[in-house]
Design a protein around this ligand. Structure first.
Ligand code: ADP
Ligand code: ZN
Ligand code: ZN
Length: 733
């Protein structure tokens, strides 16, 4: 037998080994093997057993060790990762590796961490000890209080002295046993999975839950529901059904959607074990969660992008919340899209998948409109909440104070006077996006990027948001020596400053990556907002999503034009999604909400469609444009990015690739090569970047051509000086 193994390397191939010398001749695909690789030892995944190899048998090295008796990549995850490696043209060994928890990648056993617990022996009683052995008596009574067993750490924490355990054991009064953490709730058996009563659904919600319940096998469903329409309640009741059938539910949420409030909402509703897979977990906790999911005891799993690789014993339902969110796409290395993997996975398991959003991606909407997905809508807000009122505020003739126009300031005053809360959105952190010489007009640029340095005041420094370079604030202009360097434009810090002047008696709460770096900082801000006193929230997209602020009645988008004229064809779509997500924070409870968009383009047609006719109308117009322009979702894209330390190298590399592709007629009929062009920001972190876009109407021939192109790039004489990457279905250009 020959072990064919996927090894985490940048190479697009598998490697053959003989079975381990002291070990089984055979094993199931998906098990890990430790193998020699060059001068290293690496952990790979067994992909298949073969009888023949391209290499002479005696040249094959034996694998060192088989690490698993049952596959860590369960059959469905094995198929998922194999498919994804192929689809995204990513080396399969790396793709499989990324699907595993870190400890498994490192070769640790796929087992719970065992813990030694102590308990009192049967019939042991404190009176069996002499009254003088006071500390032994104390220890034994502690043990008696913990009939399930207790660890030495916990004993110590309760004031016991664990060094005496051995003495008790020698007297036959205490004993130890091995234990692994279990996740079964005492009350999670039986049909009653509920802890709290579900809400009474309104008719649109009811129709949605019924559609999920009636789904037979693989059924992709788009749940398009305006913000505040009660999508989460639909998820909860769909999950309820899945739990009642003794199945598991997997819920994917965007990176900033996995808040304690979200998790709390699921835990409050159900009696079953709910596990959140979040970035604060240790590697050990991640592995335990993975094991609980695999053995089926974790019944609801909530996580961000990578949670799509969680093994499930009894999958019943997959939910992707805010399915349009960009954080589902991994932006380096293995560039998969978790939503698309989720659809593949639901098909594999033959179960329904619910994609929820107030602003669905055009890809998903297209699938729904063309009948490939079911399309359910929640058009009204739940409870007494009314849709917010929109206003495009023309700021062409206005004098702005740190981005705040006089009419907006007046509006803020009015809302605060009614004792409600105000949310201001500006997707730019720092004090000012540029520091510019007042005498010669030269801005302070990052030396490593084609970008301005952002001025921060808290603490004072310059920061490049593209490469993370940080410097002190210069006193003089590097160009003319003038001492007149002034901030140009406003970020959240500057808005916060000016608000404090205009509203000295109102708390101003800034929410961005800088203000929430310290642990629990965000939680504290959220607590203050939820107390309901008047305040002004000012922040970046951290504020845009998911939050439920019942007392926010005014939402203002300070710069609605950001993104309107983007070079990216997805610019409008992303702008529209962001605007509506932010707007959705207004008037979510009984108080009516108002949304003000400050713009220099008050007659921009798309902006008007969006705020007056809604996302659906906007999205249909946008889809028409995409269709006319042969752009996704009506065409398929693959972006080849290249970067090098010298200008021109990357572009030339791509140019010669394009020529090779044309000479060899690699590209399918109707496919186009667009570029190469220098990237929008050509220089970034010291590297010069270029890109070549491949566009085709049919996906399959495009992917076949890609496989050949990869070979050409690897064999290219310049490949040592140019680093290239592939991005299938890119969402950024
Ligand atoms: P979405 O996720 O669509 O933005 P949520 O699920 O957060 O909306 O619901 C918004 C608010 O409406 C929440 O406070 C929720 O408790 C409430 N809600 C949802 N469904 C109902 C219902 N059927 N009856 C009353 N209130 C509801
Ligand atoms: Zn100058
Ligand atoms: Zn930089």
């Amino acid at each position: 037998m020959i072990f064919r193994v996927a090894i985490p390397t940048p190479l697009y191939r598998l490697f053959d080994y003989r079975p381990p010398i002291y070990g089984p001749e055979t094993a199931e695909p998906g098990c890990r093997v430790r193998v020699p690789f060059g001068r290293r030892e690496v952990i790979g995944v067994l992909v298949s057993l073969e009888t023949e190899s391209d290499f002479p048998l005696d040249k094959l090295k034996p694998a060192l060790e088989l690490l698993d008796t049952e596959p860590v990549l369960t059959a469905d995850l094995f198929r998922l990762t194999s498919w994804a490696a192929h689809y995204y043209q990513h080396p399969i060994g790396d793709a499989m590796q990324q699907a595993l928890p870190v400890l498994l990648r490192q070769g640790q056993p796929a087992r719970f961490q065992h813990q030694t617990l102590w308990q009192a022996a049967a019939d042991a009683a404190v009176d069996q000890l002499s009254t003088r052995a006071e500390r032994q008596r104390e220890l034994l009574s502690l043990l008696l209080e913990h009939p399930q067993g207790i660890s030495t750490d916990a004993l110590r924490a309760e004031g016991g002295n664990p060094t005496l355990l051995k003495t008790l054991a020698d007297k036959g009064l205490a004993e130890s046993f091995e234990h692994h953490p279990v996740l079964t709730h005492s009350d999670d058996r039986g049909a009653d999975v509920l802890r709290e009563a579900p809400l009474t659904l309104h008719d649109e919600q009811l129709a949605a839950v019924e559609a999920v319940n009636q789904a037979q096998g693989f059924t992709p469903i788009l749940l398009e529901g305006v913000t505040g329409s009660g999508k989460t309640e639909v998820y909860l009741q769909a999950i309820q059904r899945c739990l009642e059938e003794s199945k598991q539910a997997l819920v994917l949420v965007p990176e900033i959607g996995l808040t304690p409030q979200t998790i709390a909402r699921f835990k409050a509703r159900f009696r079953v074990p709910v596990l959140a897979l979040h970035s604060g977990m240790t590697d050990r906790q991640r592995l335990d969660a993975w094991l609980w999911a695999r053995e089926g005891s974790a019944r609801i799993l909530i996580g961000t992008r990578s949670a799509i690789f969680t093994p499930l014993k009894t999958p019943g339902l997959i939910i992707v919340d805010e399915e349009h969110d960009g954080s589902f796409k991994q932006q380096d290395g293995f560039r998969y899209h978790a939503r698309d993997l989720a659809i593949f996975r639901a098909r594999e398991h033959d179960i329904p998948i619910l994609l929820g959003s107030a602003t669905p991606s055009l890809e998903t909407l297209h699938n729904a409109l063309s009948g490939r997905f079911q399309h359910l809508r929640l058009t009204r807000r739940a409870g007494n909440a009314k849709p917010p009122k929109f206003e495009l505020l023309d700021i062409r003739q206005q004098t702005l104070d740190a981005g705040l126009s006089p009419p907006l300031l007046k509006r803020i005053h009015e809302h605060l006077a009614r004792d409600t809360q105000v949310l201001l959105f500006l997707n730019r952190r720092g004090f000012s996006p540029a520091l510019v010489c007042h005498d010669c007009g030269t801005p302070v640029d990052c030396t490593r990027c084609d970008a301005r340095m952002t001025l921060h005041r808290q603490p004072p420094h310059l920061h490049c948001h593209h490469c993370d370079r940080q410097t002190p604030i210069p006193r003089h202009c590097a160009q003319c020596g003038s001492g007149q360097l002034r901030p140009a434009g406003s970020g959240t810090e500057r808005v916060e400053d000016r608000l404090a002047v205009h509203f000295p008696d109102t708390p101003i709460l800034r929410v961005d990556r800088d203000s929430t770096q310290r642990k629990h900082a965000l939680e504290r801000i959220m607590e203050q907002v939820h107390q309901g006193e008047p305040c002004i929230l000012v922040g970046t997209q951290m504020l845009a999503k998911g939050h439920h602020f019942p007392r926010v009645t005014l939402v203002a988008i300070l710069d609605a034009d950001a993104g309107l004229f983007s070079a990216d064809f997805r610019g409008m779509e992303k702008t529209a999604q962001l605007i509506l997500q932010v707007a959705g924070r207004a008037g979510r409870a009984d108080l009516p909400g108002e949304v003000v968009l400050q713009t220099f383009n008050a007659d921009h047609p798309m902006l008007n469609t969006l705020v007056h006719a809604g996302y659906d109308a906007f999205a249909r117009e946008e889809l028409q444009l995409r269709r006319g322009g042969h752009l996704p979702p009506f065409a398929h894209h693959c972006l080849i990015r290249a970067e090098a330390t010298r200008q021109g190298l990357a572009e030339n590399f791509l140019l010669s690739l394009r020529e090779l592709a044309q000479q060899q007629q690699l590209l399918p009929q109707g496919a186009q090569c667009i570029g190469p062009f220098p990237s929008l920001m050509e220089k970034r972190a010291g590297l010069f970047r270029a890109q070549l876009l491949l566009q085709a109407g049919q996906r399959k021939p495009l992917h076949q051509a890609l496989a050949v192109l990869i070979g050409l790039m690897q064999a290219h004489p310049e490949a040592r000086r140019v680093r290239w990457t592939l991005d299938v279905d890119p969402i950024d250009s």
